[in-house]
Design a protein around this ligand. Structure first.
Ligand SMILES: O=C(O)CCC(=O)C(=O)O
Length: 276
């Protein structure tokens, strides 16, 4: 793929763990993305219990229902950039989350959910579908935190027993407070204000989350899309449900995650129109 990333961007990414790029999306593309996000959020959303930090709905796997969301996940400029940042070919998206408002999500690294062997073959990309700033709850990041050691659940709980799905929420809350403890020895979090159409790209181990907004009971609109990507690796797994010290991995099933294969699109049973 053609490399249009400047040396400065690459250096910044290596130093800080994140970089922002303008995707050059047209006004029509942004409008369609906003409309599809709102349309999907208006139907009863598939909730991820225990991971909701605000009342605003989040749309999981919107790529299965919206061509615009799927196309953004496959955006050429994004793929070129993440491949160039790591010098690894063949990054593929495996998950989308669309937000209508600030998430209020505490700081975390994506690695705890989406890891790989070898470690770190994952990248998060968050695109502002409208201007995002401290007023509507921009994304926040902890610069350089990607250089800290990867966190395992054994670091957090002291136990090397893998967690069972559904019984992990207390341990995950412990993880979030463990991360807050780490912040004392790191740079402070910084809120990344960006105009519509800008992508924030972060390293698998970078601590990030939503900037808390003062009145979260009536949050202003903050339409955005997060897409998570994996590069080729020997295996993909979730450290949250694994015992890394005992090499017991909770492997990720990525079948059905081919964003180009229309058989993976789900029939829209929620009155949301055509899925492809
Ligand atoms: O959009 C946000 O406020 C947080 C998103 C996030 O942390 C993620 O997608 O991993």
């Amino acid at each position: 793929m053609m490399n249009r990333l400047s040396r400065t961007d690459k250096r910044l990414y290596n130093e800080t763990g994140y970089v922002t790029i303008d995707l050059g999306l047209s006004l029509d593309e942004l409008k369609e993305l906003r409309q599809d996000t709102l349309r999907l959020a208006a139907a009863p959303p598939k909730k991820q219990e225990g991971y909701e930090y605000s009342d605003s709905p989040r749309v999981f796997e919107g790529w299965k229902y919206s061509k615009a969301i799927c196309n953004l996940a496959l955006n050429r400029r994004v793929l070129e950039t993440i491949e160039c940042l790591h010098d690894w070919p063949n990054f593929r998206p495996f998950q989308t989350i669309n937000f209508t408002c600030a998430s209020n999500q505490p700081l975390h690294s994506d690695d705890i959910h989406f890891s790989s062997e070898p470690k770190g073959k994952m990248v998060g990309v968050w695109v502002a579908l409208e201007d995002a700033n401290e007023k509507n709850g921009a994304l926040q990041v902890v610069p350089k935190s990607h250089k800290m050691p990867y966190i395992s659940m054994k670091d957090v709980t002291g136990s090397d027993q893998p967690l069972e799905y559904g019984k992990h929420f207390n341990a995950y809350a412990q993880y979030e407070s463990y991360v807050r403890g780490l912040l004392r020895s790191s740079e402070p979090p910084t809120s990344v204000s960006v105009p519509a159409g800008t992508a924030i790209i972060w390293h698998a181990n970078l601590l990030h989350g939503g900037t808390p907004i003062p009145d979260s009971s009536s949050p202003p609109s903050r339409l955005s899309q997060a897409t998570h990507y994996y590069a080729e690796a020997d295996c993909y797994y979730s450290p949250l449900f694994s015992s890394e010290s005992r090499s017991e991995y909770s492997l990720k099933d990525l079948s059905g995650k081919d964003f180009k294969d229309e058989s993976n699109y789900e029939h829209d049973t929620r009155g949301l129109g055509e899925t492809s």
